[in-house]
Design a protein around this ligand. Structure first.
Ligand SMILES: [Zn+2]
Length: 579
């Protein structure tokens, strides 16, 4: 917002007040309807040719695991150019004299036999179905190279009759923003889309839901508004229009899936309809926290190095999703412990928790095992940082003060002095808490030592227990078997084999068990070689031993003692529920 305001002031100095500055790139998006059904999208871009006579156009390439997104671009035409050639599948070089008006148009289509499901990556591709549209801007919009920060306008042309349309792009003032705003967006339209506008703290929050879930729209909107109000209270800000969308992934027996995408001025959730409302509480708190972290507390670097700051942007966000959900009464102490225990089990059973940050960055996108490491490592580090700040200040200060200092510093410090969010953190910590966290950063982030929490890391009535357990071992290739539906990779020396599991059994479904936790019996319903359906149950105990940490809430506490504990653990002034 600050940068935009500055740009507007500047344009008033340079141009006569009556001449509206023309946008550097004008985007227009239109649905292409065949009788009664959506068939494709038509994208049109208008912009002036680059000064050197060669303008490079980058087609959509990858987003959220979806790859080669230019595959969905068809019939690309450029008018106003002398010539156009394909330098790479995703790159067009447009030769045209400096400043000449160019118009690029193309269609995007992605014919699929069914709605997107839990498996595969089609939720990371443009979802253009006959009866609904769900696209993240990154998956459909081309960009003019070097103009990511240039002014842009967006127009949506023609909601099909009987359909409802919603997009965070409607929140661009007068349809104008930066190219990045247009690209980093969500467009959702369907005949059965329901949009509700709620007010909290002065700025409207729109909640758009498509599909039927185990809860009604009002219940979902109530939760969204509670979370928005809580985090606006925490940050004493964020009073700008906001959009939250919920769209369906096809149900799959035995699986729930819930994914959030931060849009800066909104977030988009795509989930299987069987996902219970309880599972949204911490996730939505996480997604809304991104409105500040990293956006307003230092940002990220663009490009392949982006994951280097994830321990701060995602890890601190996970820490705050749990902390603020407890502080504002969205979850109780046990819900808080459960959320942490899920992360701790994942962290200690990941097999990658000693990967140094630089090595993680190199292989982050290729290696799925690494995807949650910065989240978990960063959230655990935030616990250590928070405890050191509270101990050093006699409880007067906490990690909260460092976060607020980061926001203030981000607005007043040249980016060259800190780079991105993880670089701003130690500067803010020194200023707000008088502490130097570089020893922890080099030990746990740079060198990748495992983060072990002390027993009293959270305080109050919560104890962190450190356990020495048999390592979690499913005893066969769980991921591949789930994907193919046929059990494979059974280890003859492992626990599944001992319980009767064999390669080639048909996998019907999983019953029970807890990933990463060898103490919980796991069950698989299978059809064996003789065609009999069987339930094979066993403890997924491997041969090696592993450390596991988990939070334990003291039992038998009175309601009053629990409230006191929640305040001590979640920090802040009051744990009063925000409604
Ligand atoms: Zn996130």
């Amino acid at each position: 917002m600050k940068a935009l305001a500055a740009a507007l002031v500047l344009s008033c100095i340079c141009a006569p007040a009556f001449a509206a500055p023309s946008p550097a790139v004008a985007y227009r998006l239109a649905p292409v309807m065949e009788p009664g059904a959506l068939a494709a999208l038509k994208v049109e871009m208008r912009f002036a040719a680059d000064a050197d006579g060669e303008t490079r156009l980058e087609l959509p390439k990858e987003w959220g695991g979806g790859e080669k997104l230019w595959r969905f671009v068809h019939d690309l035409q450029v008018s106003g150019a002398a010539s156009v050639f394909e330098a790479a599948p995703e790159t067009r070089v447009i030769k045209a004299p400096a400043g000449v008006d160019l118009t690029v148009s193309y269609t995007v289509s992605n014919p699929q036999a069914a709605d997107p499901g839990v498996d595969g990556s089609n939720f990371s591709e443009p979802i253009i179905r006959p009866d609904w549209l769900y696209v993240i801007g990154d998956t459909i919009f081309a960009q003019v190279e070097g103009r990511e920060q240039a002014a842009a306008s967006f127009a949506w042309a023609g909601t099909p009759a009987g359909w409802t349309y919603v997009s965070d792009l409607e929140q661009l003032k007068d349809g104008r923003g930066k190219v990045n705003d247009v690209v980093h967006s969500l467009i959702l339209a369907a005949p059965d889309l329901k949009v509700e506008t709620r007010r909290t703290g002065g700025a409207p929050v729109r909640v758009a839901v498509r599909g039927a879930y185990g809860f009604d729209q009002k219940t979902f909107s109530d939760l969204v508004v509670r979370i928005v109000a809580a985090e606006r209270d925490f940050w004493k800000g964020g009073k700008t229009p906001f959009l939250v969308t919920l769209a369906p992934l096809a149900n799959k027996a035995g699986a729930t899936s819930l994914r959030g995408t931060n849009l800066e001025d909104g977030f988009a959730v795509i989930a299987t309809p069987n996902t219970p409302l309880e599972m949204y509480r911490v996730l939505l708190t996480h997604e809304y926290f991104h409105t500040w972290n990293p956006v307003q507390v230092g940002g990220l670097v663009d490009g392949p190095q982006e994951p280097k700051d994830y321990w701060a942007s995602e890890g601190f966000t996970d820490f705050y999703a749990r902390r603020l959900a407890l502080r504002y009464g969205l979850i109780d102490l046990q819900g808080f412990a459960d959320a942490w225990n899920e992360a701790l089990a994942r962290y200690w059973s990941s097999g990658v928790n000693t990967t140094p940050n630089a090595r993680m960055v190199e292989t982050f996108w290729a290696d799925e095992a690494l995807h949650k490491l910065p989240y978990d490592r960063g959230s655990l580090l935030a616990v250590l940082f928070d405890k050191r700040i509270r101990d050093a200040s006699g409880g007067k200060r906490s990690m909260d003060d460092v976060m607020f200092a980061m926001r203030d510093l981000a607005g007043s410090t040249p980016k060259t002095q800190y780079g991105a969010v993880a670089g701003l953190f130690p500067i803010a910590a020194k200023q707000a808490a008088g502490l130097d966290f570089s020893p922890e950063m080099s030990r746990y982030v740079e060198r990748g030592e495992p983060v072990l929490l002390p027993a009293d890391a959270f305080g109050g009535c919560i104890t962190v227990k450190t356990l020495d357990l048999p390592a979690f071992d499913r005893g066969f290739d769980g991921a591949k078997s789930a994907e193919t539906g046929i059990i494979s990779g059974v280890d003859p020396a492992g626990p599944a084999f001992a319980a009767g599991m064999r390669d080639g059994f048909k996998r019907v479904g999983r019953e029970g068990g807890k990933d990463g936790d060898s103490r919980v019996e796991i069950g698989y319903r299978v059809i064996d070689a003789s065609g009999q359906e069987r339930l094979i149950r066993y403890r997924p105990e491997g041969k090696t031993r592993t450390t596991l940490q988990e939070l334990e809430v003291a039992s038998g506490l009175s309601a009053e003692a629990q409230a006191g504990c929640a305040r001590a653990v979640a920090g802040g002034q009051a744990a009063a529920a925000v409604s």
